[in-house]
Design a protein around this ligand. Structure first.
Ligand code: GDG
Length: 463
């Protein structure tokens, strides 16, 4: 690259997907997902470079410009994709960091690939970053990059943000490579977590398993730097979402959707990546029982569930997909009239406008993860729903529950408790619902993605 960047974001995936038209022309389109939704606006504002994989294995793509910043693609072989991404990242770290809600697998060859790929990312970043640049490394796929990068480029300011939970020490200790991972993260000047509990888990781990001195939220690395660990709860472009939901296209789409659903009195909505951490099995069972017991009437109530395809080649995800298909099919064959199922289940991705249209018409938004770093869907609903009459049902195990305290809070493992709260959310006196929603809107509009980035980067600059 001719000009080196003063600000660099490093993430497993680039924020763009390649689309090849019928005539063979190549274009790049912004890709979906929590991390991209959060960071894309930051990048458009700051400029600089984004280092990440471009999504096609065994292919090298040259750097290019997109939306005012540089895209620096890092290549991965098909085997690395399997071992570093599907394997170590998503079948070892992801379940382990989400309280082992699925069983984490430990394989030495996956770890070797993780090391190799983290090193490649560190080298690519070292080449893209200008003198004294600020680098912001993202998420669990790149836990080793801060230390590797510091070794290559001690002049850089290095920040790291973990989008998923940081587990309690008792679980983290299972990792055969725990020592290397702790040291990898400690290479950063600032490590950000979604909630204070994550930072506390990390600091407790450092105190217990390393010889570094810990003072309050700082870890002193002798002869080098101090790594600070703090919580920076992530958010969304709240006003951007609210404005989107008020556009004529979205309003028209929401009306068409209502028509398609037969103008039900009550719409429950779930929107998730199809992931076992999101509590879909529990949620669908709870909703199914409410229909079966006659507490909800399929003649005037619909449960609309969007499950965006995700990590489809990983075994646990295939199993989840089959389980959910079966569960939804079984419930729909018991309840509901001719022509309209009680559960309208869509295993597909949708444009952002369609998501906003769904948020607009949902009376009860159901967000019930078994464990979630934050959960942006909960915040997007609060921003997009046009009235204060909507209700948010939220799992106490989502990071978002620490902020959205006025939601209807549930424990997704407690099916009866969850059913009661789902009913309460749907039938509560408007006065109560409105009071809660007003408080939620105040929170979401008062804590935006811009503030999140400014807080993190401001603290990083001050280090
Ligand atoms: C990770 C952490 C943390 C989903 N389906 C479609 C679509 N989406 C968008 C949503 C939302 C995002 O993807 C999902 O974000 P979440 O936060 O709910 O969940 P994860 O993907 O697991 O994200 C999470 C997040 O990172 C940020 O730090 O909150 O805890 O797990 O923005 O709207 N967007 C479009 N079509 C879809 O079909 N356009």
């Amino acid at each position: 690259m001719s000009e080196r960047a003063r600000f660099v974001v490093v993430a497993n995936r680039l924020p763009v997907d390649r689309v090849v038209a019928d005539d063979g022309t190549v274009d790049w389109r912004t890709s979906p997902g929590g991390l991209v939704t959060a960071l894309e606006p930051v990048m458009r504002r700051m400029g600089g470079a984004w280092v990440g994989w471009h999504g096609a294995p065994d292919e090298t793509v040259a750097p290019f410009q997109h939306d005012g910043y540089s895209i620096v693609p890092v290549p991965l072989s098909a085997e690395e994709y399997e071992e570093y991404y599907e394997g170590f990242s998503n079948a070892t770290l992801w379940p382990l960091f989400h309280d082992t809600v699925a069983f984490p697998e430990f394989h030495r060859e996956w770890w070797d690939a993780y090391l190799t790929v983290n090193r490649r990312f560190a080298v690519a970043t070292a080449e893209a970053a200008g003198d004294g640049a600020t680098v912001w490394v993202q998420d669990y796929q790149l836990l080793l990059v801060p230390q590797m990068l510091r070794e290559l480029r001690p002049d850089l300011k290095i920040g790291f943000f973990l989008h998923i939970p940081f587990p309690p020490i008792e679980l983290f200790q299972q990792l055969p490579w725990r020592g290397q991972i702790i040291e990898g993260l400690l290479g950063a000047d600032l490590v950000g977590f979604q909630v204070p509990g994550g930072a506390q888990n990390f600091l407790r781990l450092v105190r217990t398993r390393t010889r570094h001195r810990v003072e309050r939220d700082g870890v002193r690395i002798a002869g080098s730097h101090t790594c600070v660990a703090r919580a920076y709860p992530i958010s969304i472009d709240s006003q951007g979402f609210a404005d989107l939901a008020e556009t004529p296209e979205v309003i028209a789409e929401s009306e068409a959707l209502l028509e398609e659903l037969g103008h039900p009195k009550t719409i429950f909505l779930g929107v998730d990546r199809l992931d076992y951490t999101k509590g879909l099995r529990q949620r669908i069972r709870a909703m199914g029982e409410l229909f079966e017991e006659g507490k909800l009437d399929p003649a005037d109530t619909v449960f609309l569930q969007v499950a965006t395809p995700s990590r489809e080649r990983v075994e646990e995800y295939k199993k989840l997909r089959d389980d959910i298909d079966l569960l939804v099919g079984r419930i729909n064959s018991h309840v509901g009239g001719v022509g309209r199922p009680a559960i309208s289940y869509l295993h597909a991705g949708f444009p952002r406008t369609t998501m906003a249209a769904m948020y607009r018409i949902a009376n009860v938004m159901v967000v019930t993860p078994l464990r979630d770093g934050m959960n942006l869907v909960a915040k997007e609903y609060v921003a997009c729903h046009p009235s204060t009459n909507g209700a948010l049902v939220l799992s106490e195990f989502a990071g978002a529950a620490k902020e959205l305290k006025q939601a209807y809070i549930v424990n997704p493992y407690d099916l009866n408790g969850m059913k009661d709260v789902l009913m309460q959310a749907a039938t509560d006196a408007p006065r109560n619902r409105q009071r809660r929603m007003r408080a939620l809107k105040k929170q979401v509009f008062g804590h935006t993605i811009e503030q999140w980035a400014d807080n993190f980067l401001g603290d990083l600059e001050g280090r």
